[in-house]
Design a protein around this ligand. Structure first.
Ligand SMILES: [Zn+2]
Length: 129
């Protein structure tokens, strides 16, 4: 980053001139800029994560005790409602028995009721159950 190089050059001039107090101010400014750069990066990551969640939330629906993604006329799921509601993690539920599924993360089990394993309705972008 050009501004860091410029500050480094100014710092070197001040150091060579024996202006230690001013040199220290340049070092402090560099440290603050690095800190601000990290904050910007963290905020950009948070925005990206929130946008991803918003995109998922638009397609999410709650049915038969679980979340499903309905997109372009297709349905994918089931996903754990507890993990999504508490941590915004989309955890695919694993089939234990007919109608009974379990979350691999939080270990919650739930009965999907009349749920039938999809055969032809699965979305092309989704993994099979
Ligand atoms: Zn879960």
């Amino acid at each position: 980053m050009a501004i860091f190089d410029e500050l480094k050059t100014v710092g070197k001039v001040l150091q060579d001139a024996g202006k230690i107090e001013q040199y220290q101010q340049i070092l402090d400014a560099q440290a603050k800029m690095l800190e601000m750069q990290k904050k910007i990066y963290d905020l950009e990551e948070e925005i990206r994560s929130l946008n991803d969640r918003l995109k998922i939330k638009d397609d999410l629906c709650f049915e038969n005790n679980a979340y499903w993604i309905k997109k372009a006329g297709m349905k994918d799921g089931p996903f754990c409602s507890g993990c999504w509601d508490s941590e915004h993690k989309l955890m695919r539920l694993h089939t234990v028995n007919m109608g009974l599924v379990r979350c691999p993360k939080c270990k919650s089990s739930m009965n999907l009721g009349e749920y039938q394993e999809p055969r032809t309705r699965i979305a092309p972008w989704a993994n099979r159950l």
